[in-house]
Design a protein around this ligand. Structure first.
Ligand code: NAP
Ligand code: MG
Length: 462
């Protein structure tokens, strides 16, 4: 795989300040596929200075010009779609077809949506005798995880650039090659020097230096709740804006009137997709007691069909962590009906598609985010019981409701404490605000709500 041995700062690839490197590993065979520099506070500082210097001119460009650059960026991503998919497959391990449709396809759709929004959004409003100007927040620190490596970069960079902000990105250490490819695309799209900058490196070093940098105006973070809490505290202490996309433990609520087989099959597919490494995955399936045994049988059969088609998880540490959760589920009395802790292959970071039945609310596997291909099926007595279980975690990122008719599902969805709900298998929408209630986060990404995170208001009274 192609790897740059520098940082993309102020429009060029520049040598890193230090000598440390990160080895990028393909989790499917655990071979090293490249190395990138491990940035330090000095690299972060150079990148923030470049972003600060580029801010006044970029913030002053006409929205139509920013739209044109984002449109060019979308075109480069389209032209390099196969390369993106191959890179994500190499460093994350996702099956190539999934990398093409989702890991490359979704960021293209998101970039396109912001090219359009930059051109059509009203950066000025009237309120009585005031004119309200919507101005860019400033220099954005974007810190992203590995599970949807390009999507999570584009979901921050595209609205930030559309708003007129400049950006410094610190991507996950596991997936820096996708981030370097994105920096190349930014360059090819003719986005001016300093408007977008990339520093690869480790979270506690480069990530922390970026989050703490005094000349950053907004920190946008996606990742674990543990790190997110620290970043929120740091940003609060410095009176900086912060957006946090954290973990989830979403419920897939199957009401008795639903098409049970469809709801179970789509639910299993949702959890196994991307090897379970999706923060919004519906990892808890809630089924009425009268339909419970049938649902468990359907889910076990659906999971078994995945067999070898599922990719590895991102690295050996995640594999061991997920297996640890499976062991814990067994130890706490849940019933394994598919998969289990044993490795399905001799080589690579694979975990078997796993389904637990007889899961109760208090179990660890019903409360904590596992981030692997593991589904828990819980039993409920009536609708109020289902609602109580669905809302009974610290998280509130996503969820699903299935019912015989949409109105019944919507009535239930209104009572869920969560930021997104798919009704009877509703499709992903790149314009819908994405983000969490409760400890799943602060702020929203995507669409106009995602754009407004990067804007601040100035009111002029007449
Ligand atoms: P993470 O450590 O929170 O990583 C997210 C990003 O934050 C990465 O770029 C990471 O760098 C960086 N980071 C880590 N420590 C930091 C610090 N002290 N200051 C600033 N930045 C820091 O998450 P992870 O290690 O990749 O995964 C751990 C767990 O997080 C997963 O098992 C899963 O439960 C959850 N997760 C959630 C999401 C989501 O979308 N909600 C995504 C990924 C993971 P490094 O890459 O160097 O660590
Ligand atoms: Mg980490």
């Amino acid at each position: 795989m192609k790897a740059h041995d520098g940082m993309y700062i102020d429009g060029a690839w520049r040598p890193a300040a230090g000598r440390d490197v990160i080895e990028v590993v393909n989790p499917a065979d655990e071979q090293i596929i490249g190395t990138v520099p491990a940035g330090t506070a000095a690299d972060v500082d150079a990148a923030v200075r470049a972003a600060r210097a580029a801010l006044p001119a970029w913030a002053a460009t006409a929205p139509a010009e920013r739209a044109a650059r984002l449109s060019a960026l979308r075109d480069v991503l389209v032209a390099r779609k196969d390369e993106i998919a191959e890179t994500v497959t190499a460093e994350l391990g996702a099956p190539l077809a999934f990398s093409q449709t989702v890991h490359a396809g979704v960021p293209i759709a998101v970039a396109a949506s912001y090219a359009e929004l930059a051109a059509t959004y009203s950066f000025e409003e009237k309120a009585g005798n005031s004119t309200v100007l919507l101005e860019p927040v400033g220099v954005v620190a974007a810190i992203t995880p590995w599970n949807y490596p390009l999507h999570q970069i584009v979901a921050k960079a595209a609205p930030a650039l559309a708003a007129g902000c400049t950006v410094v990105l610190k991507p996950a250490e596991d997936t820096p090659l996708t981030a370097q490819l994105f920096a190349e695309a930014v360059h090819e799209a003719g986005i001016p020097a300093g408007v977008f900058n990339l520093v690869t490196g480790l979270g506690p070093v480069a990530g922390q230096a970026l989050a703490e940098h005094p000349d950053v105006d907004l920190v946008s973070f996606t990742g674990s709740t543990a790190v997110g809490k620290r970043i929120g505290a740091t940003a609060g202490g410095a009176v900086k804006k912060v957006a946090l996309e954290l973990g989830g433990k979403s419920a897939n609520v199957i009401l008795p009137s639903a098409d049970l087989a469809k709801a179970v099959n789509v639910g299993v597919a949702n959890v196994m997709s991307n090897s379970g490494q999706t923060c919004s995955a519906w990892t808890r399936m809630l089924v009425h007691r009268d339909q419970y045994d049938e649902a468990v049988g359907l889910a076990a059969a659906a999971a078994a069909k995945y067999g070898d088609r599922i990719g590895p998880v991102v690295n050996a540490k995640q594999r061991d962590r997920v297996r640890g959760y499976i062991d814990k589920g067994v130890a706490e009395g849940a019933r394994l009906v598919a998969g289990g802790p044993e490795s399905p292959r001799e080589q690579g970071c694979f975990v078997s598609p796993t389904v637990f039945a007889d899961v109760t609310e208090d179990m660890t596997i019903a409360q904590e985010e596992i981030f692997g291909p593991v589904l828990s099926i819980l039993r409920y007595d009536d609708e109020d019981d289902a609602l109580r279980i669905a809302n009974g975690t610290v998280y509130g990122l996503a969820g699903a409701v299935w019912a015989g008719d949409e109105a019944e599902a919507v009535a239930f969805a209104r009572r869920l404490e969560t930021g997104q709900v798919d009704i009877n298998g509703g499709r992903f929408n790149p314009l819908a605000p994405f983000g969490g209630y409760k400890q799943s986060g602060v702020g929203r990404e995507l669409g106009t709500h995602g754009l407004s995170e990067y804007l601040q208001t100035k009111s002029l009274q007449f």
